[in-house]
Write a protein that binds this ligand. Structure first.
Ligand code: ATP
Length: 375
């Protein structure tokens, strides 16, 4: 058994994936925690006496984040008030189980927990969305809705900032993905340790420089309770390719993760590159690069029985939304129109309300026009 390379006199029990050092458990904990403390203090992530919501999914990253944040808060007297914030996407056999883990974390770490659900926020669970759209593009819905749901939760809790468990591997993957896609706008900001959606509540990533393998080791040696099952719906395929590429490269040289992050941080986007202008969504007020934000477009598509609406090119979305609005007014005028006597007339007028699950849950062909009351 090799001795710990810190020369503490103990035997090493692991080889640090990030540095290759052979370390004992205690020296690994010390190195792991002080690197996160260093990341937090160097980037001035938290102000004393502020309130922080930890985005908690019950998975390894956010569980370790909650544990380490509590520990560092006490050890270094950050003076933070910590909350847990969870989003229930409504995925049976996945999120329901992982939320039980978060509840366990709430009790273990003595942090108040707020859970918001897609069903309450959007009227749809992910199970229902997948039933509608299939398994191909469901990650788009989930990702867009989650981002907004976390922001809404942070507002509800009135916190000063929101901390997520994104780790070094996640960020290196995102850099790779944005390069492969040629997404200059996202490449420009994906390595930022603090991001601001323009709503005044910044998001921070204290685990930005922490390797995923070390998070797993830390959770294992600390015997932390976390939920380790993959989402039951198809994982985001494109990210999966970037992940595999990164894992293959990491086998050759583990420092590749840090090098990709550093490259992303140092890259400077040409001033002539076209970057989106941020504005407020005309429907919900959320920050967006389009007149209507992605979440509103996706939701409109779901509610109007056009679930693919937000999946394609954004240039086509505006026209589709305008068409829907036009058809909606047709529909409303059709209801007050004496020439419309039956369902067929209404259908002929392309009333899109008829395609909407939420508006009409009854079989439209079986009911008379008088019963078509739409709130
Ligand atoms: N349902 C959720 N509720 C609250 N926060 C979430 C949720 N899903 C993801 N997050 C936050 O976003 C971060 C990155 O999410 P991602 O989907 O990449 O999960 P992950 O890498 O499996 O992380 P974790 O191990 O924490 O689940 C998580 O660490 C967590 O902070």
């Amino acid at each position: 058994m090799p001795v710990c390379s810190i020369h503490c006199g103990r035997n090493a029990v692991l080889k640090r994936p990030k540095t290759g050092d052979a370390l004992c458990k205690e020296c690994f904990f010390e190195a792991f925690e002080s690197e996160i403390h260093f990341t937090i203090t160097r980037a001035k992530l938290f102000k004393p006496n502020s309130t922080v919501a930890i985005a908690a999914s019950g998975g390894k990253d956010s569980t370790v984040l909650a544990y380490v944040m509590k520990m560092l808060n006490e050890k270094y007297n950050y003076k933070l008030k910590l909350f847990l914030l969870s989003i229930d996407e409504g995925i049976t056999g996945y999120r329901d189980d992982s939320l039980n883990t978060v509840k366990q974390n709430r009790d273990d770490y003595e942090m108040p927990l707020k859970i918001l659900s897609y069903k309450d926020l959007y009227g749809w669970t992910m199970d229902e969305i997948v039933a509608e759209i299939g398994r191909k593009n469901n990650c788009t819905f989930c990702g867009v809705f989650r981002r907004q749901a976390l922001d809404r939760g942070a507002h509800l809790l009135k916190v000063d900032c929101l901390a997520t468990g994104h780790n070094a591997d996640d960020i290196a993957e995102t850099v790779l993905m944005n390069i492969l896609r040629g997404d200059v706008a996202r490449l420009n900001r994906c390595t930022s340790i603090v991001t601001d959606n323009g709503d005044g509540i910044p998001r921070v990533k204290p685990l930005k420089y922490t390797y995923e393998k070390e998070i797993v080791m830390y959770a294992y040696f600390k015997k932390l309770v976390y939920f380790s099952t993959e989402c039951v719906f198809a994982p985001n395929a494109y990210r999966g390719h970037a992940r595999m590429l990164l894992k293959d490269m990491e086998k050759i040289d583990p420092s590749v993760i840090m090098k990709i992050i550093q490259s992303g941080e140092t890259l400077k986007v040409k001033s002539t590159a076209k970057l989106p202008t941020l504005m407020n969504c005309t429907r919900c007020g959320y920050i967006s690069s389009q007149e209507t934000c992605k979440a509103c477009v996706l939701l409109e598509g779901l509610n109007k029985g056009l679930p693919k609406l937000g999946i394609g090119k954004s240039s086509k979305v505006k026209k589709a939304l305008d068409d829907i609005q036009q058809n909606d007014s047709l529909c409303c005028s059709a209801r007050g129109n004496s020439n419309v006597n039956n369902i067929k007339d209404l259908k002929d007028k392309k009333c899109l309300c008829l395609g909407s699950q939420n508006v009409l849950s009854v079989q439209i062909d079986e009911i008379s026009l008088e019963k078509l009351t739409v709130e």
